[in-house]
Ligand binder design. Structure first.
Ligand code: ACO
Length: 385
């Protein structure tokens, strides 16, 4: 039995900032309303040439540098996302290609804002059974592309970004100690994002579009989601901490899905602990769905909030409905990598990526110059005709 330790982490946030005041130019809202009700001041929006896959790649590459692993050592890439560009190829396969991680399996995971914790548990189980040894788990979203920018109840909440961790198997006890994954599909309509090919198709043709069925945007019953979130967050933290054989007092930091400061404050009240034990960065990034926990983890490390031998809890909730929590024994110190060494590693990654590109070109060349042979029998039939 192996333990899955987090040995690398990285995040990527697009440059473009959208403040509450900017939003007040788009919908009937104000900085005061948004900040008071959500704790959000600003969020980041992906540039036209950025996609969920490119954000995920940047975060994964940074995590690999911290982990000191070469892409060819990665066995599995899981990308938790609700905003993939394609159903297939998966965002995870795109990241695998961009990294040049030529020996990795890759798949996307759909569990909305709980997706990162789900992915962490899947990779942990694969490591524990000995099926794999190294995995990258990414949460990545371009939420700005699935928002209805006329709905002030949702467009003020979300932002774009990606975060990733690298997990490594080891016989040393520690790392991801326990997880709880849950779903309640009966609440699916409280928070939903239809697929572009949404069924059933009522009438084909112009009417199909007039009925608004082409719209692939988020809809949400904010109050109901709020009530659900406060309830499940505190319950899943309690269950998972107990599963890990710990008491709440032994947990140093809780990194929750960053949706709303009030949800976190209510959960702290239910758990009878200080809200200071929850890490918050929602004010600067908004709700980045599956990306929110790994982005917050990276910020918490940068802020010096995590130390070796401390226990940390990740807890997420979201569409599905889904919710999930993990307890991790944090057993790594941020590495001190010299600039030269970091550059050298990046250069090795560029080489790994170029191998992947070379493969694509080779396939094109082979395709151009080789015509598949026509079976003998069919040639004879054609002669007869
Ligand atoms: N600006 C100004 N007024 C607004 C805005 C806005 N952006 N949005 C709503 N209002 C108005 C409403 O119209 C309503 O007005 P009325 O009383 O005249 O009808 C009033 O403010 C109160 O509306 P509520 O919806 O009751 O506001 P609430 O305090 O519940 O806050 C919010 C809304 C912030 C959405 C809250 O319900 C919430 O955070 N819910 C949880 C959402 C969440 O976490 N979702 C993510 C889950 S993760 C995932 O999987 C994607």
């Amino acid at each position: 039995m192996k333990y899955a330790h987090i040995i690398g982490w990285g995040s990527y946030i697009p440059d473009r900032v959208l403040t509450n005041n900017d939003l007040a130019q788009i919908v009937d809202t104000s900085d005061e309303w948004i900040y008071k009700r959500t704790g959000i001041r600003e969020r980041h929006i992906a540039a036209a040439n950025e996609t969920t896959a490119t954000l995920a790649f940047e975060a994964a590459a940074r995590a690999l540098v911290v982990a000191d692993l070469h892409p060819s050592q990665v066995d599995l890439i899981i990308v938790a996302t609700s905003t993939p560009e394609y159903i297939f190829p998966s965002t995870a396969s795109q990241v695998q290609d961009y990294l040049g991680a030529t020996r990795a399996g890759a798949f996307d995971l759909s569990a909305a804002c709980s997706g990162f914790v789900y992915g962490l548990d899947m990779a942990t189980q694969a490591i524990a059974t000995g099926s794999i040894n190294n995995a990258i788990v990414v949460g990545a979203e371009t939420m700005s592309r699935v928002l209805n920018w006329r709905d002030r109840g949702t467009c003020i909440l979300f932002g774009d970004g990606a975060g990733a961790v690298v997990l490594k198997g080891s016989a040393v006890p520690g790392g991801v100690m326990a997880s709880t994954l849950r779903s309640d599909g009966s609440g699916g309509d409280m928070l939903s994002l239809p697929a572009v090919y949404h069924n059933p198709v009522p009438t084909l043709g112009v009417e199909y579009f007039q009925n608004g069925h082409h719209k692939n945007t988020i809809s949400m019953d904010g109050r109901q989601v709020f009530r659900f979130a406060t309830k499940v967050m505190s319950a899943s933290i309690k269950t998972t901490v107990a599963k890990a054989g710990l008491s709440l007092d032994e947990v140093s930091l809780i990194i929750p899905h960053q949706a709303n400061t009030r949800i976190i404050e209510s959960s702290a009240k239910r758990l009878k602990i200080s809200p200071d034990r929850f890490y918050l960065n929602v004010q600067n990034v908004g709700n980045t769905s599956a990306a929110s926990i790994p982005i917050a983890l990276c910020d918490a490390i940068d802020d010096g909030r995590l130390h070796p031998d401390e226990n940390v809890v990740f807890v997420g909730f979201g569409g599905g409905l889904t919710w999930a929590a993990s307890v991790v024994k944090w057993d790594v110190s941020p590495p001190t990598i010299s600039r030269r060494r970091r550059e050298w590693k990046r250069a090795r990654y560029i080489y790994a990526r170029s191998r992947s590109k070379a493969k694509r070109w080779r396939r094109k060349v082979v395709d151009r110059f080789s015509t598949p042979p026509i079976p003998e029998a069919r040639l004879k039939d054609a002669d007869k005709e």
